[in-house]
Design a protein around this ligand. Structure first.
Ligand SMILES: C[S@@+](CC[C@H](N)C(=O)[O-])C[C@H]1O[C@@H](n2cnc3c(N)ncnc32)[C@H](O)[C@@H]1O
Length: 238
C-alpha cells in the first residue's frame, strides 16, 4: 500500500516545505542538502533525471536550479501534488522540468531511459528504478531514518497506524544494500545519519497531520494518546 497525497496533504506539504525546509537542520546535519549535493555531483549535461514521487516539486526545483542543461522528469501518483508542482515550476525561470501523474511502482518509461533516478521519501520499486536506468547511471534515494516519529506512532496507536509506515522501505536497514545488489546495482553505498529527534506535542500533531499514517487521526479526540506519545519521546531523551 502507498500513501498518495490528497488535496489537503499536498497543500500542507507545499506550505510546510516552503516555510520550514531551510530550518530543518538537526544538530548541524543537513540530510537534504547532502541528498541534493550527491545528485548535483552525479548529474551530467543532457543526462535526463527521473524524480519519483516528487510531490509538489520542491526538491525537484532545487536540483534543477543547481544543475546545468539537465532535463528532469518528475512524477507523482497524486494529481493534487502534480497540479501544485506545475504551479511551482511555472514560477521558476530556466528550469527544464516535465511533470506527470504516474506510479513509482510501475514506471511508464522504456528501459535505460534515464541517466539518474532519484526519489525522496516516496514509495517506488527498486526493480523499476533499475530497469529505467542507463548502464553506469546513478540511483540516489533518500529514505527515512530512525529519527522519524512513525515508530512511536506504531507503539502508541497500534493497528490504527498504517502498516505502510513500518514498511521496510522507510527504514534504513543495512541489509538494503544487499537488496540493491540483488536487483542488479553494482556499487552500492549508504550514508547513514543517526539522528534522534524529540517531539513536542505540537510537533507530533503537525507531523501526523502532515503525514497521515494514523487512521482517523483527530488531535482533539486523540489527545490522551498524543500525550502518551510525547511522554514516550521525552523518556527516550533521558
Ligand atoms: C513524503 S512525500 C515526498 C514528496 C517529495 N519527494 C518531497 O520530498 O517533498 C511522498 C510522495 O509520494 C507520493 N506517492 C505515494 N505513493 C506513490 C506511488 N506509488 N508512486 C508515485 N508517488 C507516490 C505521494 O503522493 C507524495 O507526494
Amino acid at each position: 500500500m502507498s500513501i498518495v497525497d490528497n488535496e489537503k496533504q499536498a497543500v500542507l506539504r507545499n506550505k510546510f516545505l516552503k516555510e520550514n525546509s531551510e530550518k530543518i537542520k538537526i544538530e548541524g546535519i543537513d540530510a537534504d542538502e547532502t541528498y541534493i549535493t550527491e545528485i548535483v555531483k552525479r548529474s551530467r549535461a543532457n543526462g535526463v533525471i527521473l524524480d519519483i514521487g516528487a510531490g509538489t516539486a520542491y526538491f525537484t526545483i532545487k536540483i534543477a536550479k543547481r544543475t546545468l542543461n539537465v532535463e528532469i522528469v518528475a512524477l507523482d501518483l497524486s494529481s493534487a501534488s502534480i497540479r501544485m508542482a506545475k504551479d511551482n515550476v511555472s514560477n521558476v525561470k530556466d528550469v527544464n522540468i516535465h511533470l506527470l501523474i504516474a506510479d513509482g511502482r510501475c514506471l511508464p518509461f522504456k528501459n535505460e531511459a534515464f541517466w539518474l533516478v532519484t526519489s525522496r521519501l516516496a514509495p517506488h520499486s527498486i526493480k523499476e528504478a533499475y530497469r529505467v536506468l542507463k548502464k553506469n547511471g546513478w540511483y540516489i534515494f533518500r529514505a527515512c531514518g530512525p529519527y522519524n516519529c512513525w515508530k512511536e506512532a506504531h507503539e502508541i496507536f497500534g493497528k490504527r497506524a498504517l502498516p505502510f509506515a513500518t514498511a521496510e522501505w522507510w527504514k534504513t536497514p543495512f541489509s538494503r544494500l544487499e537488496r540493491l545488489k540483488q536487483h542488479g546495482f553494482r556499487d552500492v553505498y549508504e550514508m547513514f545519519f543517526l539522528i534522534q529527534k524529540y517531539y513536542t506535542l505540537r510537533q507530533i500533531i503537525k507531523e501526523l497531520t502532515f503525514n497521515p499514517i494514523v487512521k482517523d487521526f483527530n488531535p482533539e479526540k486523540d489527545i490522551s494518546k498524543l500525550k502518551e506519545f510525547e511522554k514516550n519521546t521525552e523518556r527516550k531523551k533521558e
